[in-house]
Design a protein around this ligand. Structure first.
Ligand code: MRU
Length: 379
């Protein structure tokens, strides 16, 4: 079940609400999400009391973005355990809620493994539930720490690639504090550049069809005071042609073993544009997004979403493919078919560098990526 808490900021100012938090009111433990489908108009929290509510929140993008999906999945298992639900069934349901971001299944697995190990050892379901919660909290904290390290490494790379400073960065989708235990991935690098006085402008792609750029990245950018400008996705070409982009910074939902990068649909065209215009195309992602079990880009499952997200504007509760018409404003004739992949895949040869918390891979090759993962695994 899900309930809503409404917030109003003091003097109408935006409130500081974390993207996700665990709470233990007298009625029992809950997972509280900042409902991202309502931003930027409203800052409303969604309260999940069971895994099914969280699955719906994941599908409707109330909670979204690869690292945060991992954290949410882990807390979802902890919630099922704490509330006495069937943990394996909840874990399976959560892991299957969205297919592309590898972090989701990883986070679920981590909490489930902790639950199972404790149960096998002590036979105590209460202790097993605490172990699952401990695993979720650890993942949350690790992601926050990884975010800080990616920001440092990413800024150092930008400074190396663009020695003149005054970076003009183009980004796509949303990769800030709304998707992370910390300040995010690609957005955290832009923020570090802003704080260092070296960000001239953040170009924010609106990110059709669900407008994660316009609704969420612009919301986050506005709160930091950085210089930012919103553009429609199809304006990116003329922006490059005008020489206004020094680097592209994006996040990732899954990085295959060969370095192929699945990210929000529209990332691949930016990589092509960046190559043509000799602009670095940089992917910023924690190592939890690298999936050695996925050999290449063709093996990444790309989520296909409901056509109503394309044929209508402002579908508030857009659901995954198979759902009926949404409740938005129609912008195409009734019955129009839509092609609506949520992600696309950029081949490694178009990626200048992958920045992780453990190091930078450039050029992007399977060998270099495997070596970084091995180094991280052994440290
Ligand atoms: O469909 P979404 O909004 O979950 O897609 C999110 C993205 O594509 C992000 O760019 C990606 O998860 C990286 S976030 C660090």
């Amino acid at each position: 079940m899900a309930d809503q808490y409404a917030h109003s900021g003091e003097d109408g100012k935006p409130t500081e609400i974390p993207a996700i938090r665990w709470d233990e009111p007298p009625e029992g433990p809950v997972l509280v999400l900042l409902d991202q489908t309502k931003l930027p108009a409203e800052e409303v929290e969604l309260v999940c009391t069971d895994a099914s509510a969280l699955v719906e929140a994941i599908r409707s993008l109330s909670v979204r973005g690869a690292p945060l999906l991992g954290i949410a999945g882990a807390y979802g298992v902890a919630l099922a355990a704490a509330r006495g639900f069937d943990v394996d069934a909840a874990a399976d349901e959560l892991a299957g809620a969205r297919p592309t971001a590898v972090n989701l299944a990883l986070g679920v697995r981590r909490a489930r493994d902790a639950y199972r190990a404790e149960l096998a050892g002590s036979g105590d379901v209460g202790r097993a539930a605490s172990a699952a919660l401990g695993a979720a909290r650890a993942l949350h904290a690790e992601d926050a720490e990884a975010s800080g390290r990616m920001a440092e490494r990413g800024l150092a790379l930008l400074d190396e690639l663009l020695p003149g400073g005054g970076h003009r960065i183009l980004t796509h989708c949303n990769t800030g504090a709304l998707v992370s235990g910390g300040e995010g991935t690609a957005f955290a690098v832009a923020l570090a550049a802003h704080r260092a006085g070296r960000l001239r402008r953040l170009w924010v792609d609106e990110t059709r069809p669900l407008l994660q750029g316009a609704r969420l990245t612009a919301y986050e950018a506005a709160r930091t005071g950085m210089a930012y400008t919103l553009l429609t996705d199809n304006a990116a070409g003329s922006l490059f042609a005008a020489g206004e982009v020094d680097a592209v910074l994006i996040g990732a939902d899954r990085i295959a073993a060969d370095g192929s990068v699945a990210n929000k649909v529209g990332s691949y065209p930016l990589a092509v544009l960046a190559r043509y215009h000799h602009v670095p195309f940089i992917v910023v992602a924690p190592l939890t997004t690298v999936d050695p079990a996925t050999p290449d880009g063709a093996s990444i499952e790309v989520e296909q979403r409901a056509g109503s997200e394309v044929t209508e504007f402002a579908v508030p509760q857009a659901s995954a493919v198979g759902g009926g018409p949404g409740s938005g404003i129609p912008v195409a004739p009734l019955g129009t078919q839509a092609y609506n992949p949520a992600f696309d895949v950029t081949p490694p040869e178009l990626v200048t560098a992958i920045v992780t918390e453990e190091g930078v891979v450039s050029p992007v090759t399977a060998e270099a990526l495997a070596a970084l993962c091995a180094k991280a695994g052994s440290s």
